[in-house]
Write a protein that binds this ligand. Structure first.
Ligand SMILES: Nc1nc2c(ncn2[C@@H]2O[C@H](COP(=O)(O)OP(=O)(O)OP(=O)(O)O)[C@@H](O)[C@H]2O)c(=O)[nH]1
Ligand SMILES: [Mg+2]
Length: 391
């Protein structure tokens, strides 16, 4: 699973990325600080089943802090996009190709309104402009790729007489477009599959835009909300669901936590001071404390969770090999956490663990209820599952 961070320059994309990954990346108050993409690992947060079972876990592919399991997802931070990027302005939009395989986008905007369309300092900029232009640039990017392939692919289907939609999936797989995305886009546009053959440019633009929306759903991160007056700009964004965030606060808290100045669990709306602090540190911590209280957290953890669990409709499952001890074959308790699509079945988990385990599937056990279940058992977020297999 890949989460892509997009937005105009100088809004805090790399700050958000750094806060989530703690990777050492460049941050500066000027446009185009990031040129080459930053790839890293962020973590979604869910309750760890160790609490339910009253057993201390020993995570192997994830980590656990005080009953909170943090499960890795890949995240990519790219250069800033400016209006008319598709015509080559700024750094152009070629670099978006790094995001072709992204499953979801987090669009970072500057809620404070202190950066213009190109990321230069200004006062009173309406952040609604950020949303409109970015959607347009992403659509043009998608259209550029789809349009380039379209005539070739219409010709190919007319020769092979193959299924148009299936051919389209093959031809667009580079953009991470799946069969169900095409069906969803057609349905949203009220189009039938047969109409695809005769699509003209204007309709193709519409179709590209719809495919962009369904194959890469996007959430809006209203960043820099710690800057006084930012909240006034929320009124411009009423038609959008946004997550209010201060990546700066999240980054400072995680750094203070790493230095053991405070005890902070990402996503919480509070922290504890562990050491004696200077007056300046105290002031900064008090400010951050009030930001967390007011916004139920910094917004950064909420954003990554929302992208993965709400927009992408994912669940986390904990497979174990020993259903009584809840261990793997090395004795690690609740070792792994797998991210799967919502409505996944026991058999899907078996295949996610290993093809052989899937092929040899006999039954599964839901370790919370101790119930034996079949391959069609629909999994729920947080389930702990043992798969019995002949392999
Ligand atoms: N007050 C405040 N400043 C922030 C926040 N997030 C980022 N900044 C500042 O905004 C400036 C730009 O941050 P970056 O993370 O480099 O922005 P970017 O979007 O990656 O910029 P480009 O790579 O140039 O596209 C820096 O001075 C950051 O310290 C925030 O939440 N609050
Ligand atoms: Mg950057």
């Amino acid at each position: 699973m890949l989460v892509g961070i997009v937005g105009k320059p100088n809004v805090g994309k790399s700050t958000f990325f750094k806060a989530l990954t703690m990777a050492d990346v460049e941050i500066a108050s000027r446009p185009f600080t990031t040129i080459k993409p930053n790839r890293g690992i962020a973590y979604v947060k869910i309750p760890c089943p160790e609490t339910y079972f009253n057993k201390k876990c020993d995570p192997q592919n994830s980590s656990c802090i005080k009953g909170n399991r943090f499960v890795p997802v890949e995240i990519l931070d790219v250069a800033g996009l400016v209006p008319d990027a598709h015509k080559g302005k700024g750094l152009g939009n070629k670099f978006l190709d790094d995001l072709r395989q992204a499953d979801v986008f987090i669009h970072v905007i500057d809620l404070s309104g202190k950066t213009d369309a190109e990321g230069n300092e200004i006062l009173g900029y309406n952040p609604l402009n950020d949303i409109k232009f970015l959607e347009n640039e992403l659509d043009k990017w998608f259209f550029g790729i789809i349009d380039k392939n379209w005539s070739n692919f219409v010709r190919r289907v007319s020769i092979t007489k193959g299924d148009f939609t299936k051919e389209m999936v093959t031809s667009l797989s580079g953009l991470g477009i799946k069969y169900e995305h095409i069906m969803q886009a057609l349905s949203n546009l009220g189009m039938k599959q047969d109409e695809l053959k005769d699509v003209k440019e204007e309709k193709l633009l519409e179709l590209s835009s719809e495919l962009r929306k369904v194959s890469k759903p996007m959430l809006i991160l209203a960043n820099k909300a710690d800057i006084p007056g930012s909240e006034d700009n929320l009124k411009f964004l009423e038609n959008y669901e946004v997550i209010v965030c201060s990546s700066d606060v999240e980054l400072a808290l995680r750094e203070a936590n790493n230095k053991e100045i405070i005890d902070y669990i990402p996503g919480e709306d509070k922290f504890e001071i562990k050491k004696e602090v200077t007056d300046n540190q105290k002031k900064a911590l008090e400010f951050m404390e009030s930001f967390l209280k007011k916004n139920q957290g910094s917004g950064a953890q909420k954003a990554i969770n929302n992208a993965v669990f709400d927009l992408l409709q994912s669940i986390v499952i904990f497979p174990v090999e020993d259903e009584n001890k809840l261990t793997n074959n090395k004795g690690h308790i609740l070792p792994d956490a797998f991210i799967l699509p919502k409505k996944s079945k026991a058999i899907d988990l078996a295949y996610a663990i290993h093809t052989d385990i899937g092929n040899g599937f006999v039954r599964a056990v839901d370790c919370k209820t101790k119930r034996s279940v079949g391959k069609d058992y629909e999994l729920n977020n947080g389930n702990v599952i043992k798969i019995h297999s002949t392999k």
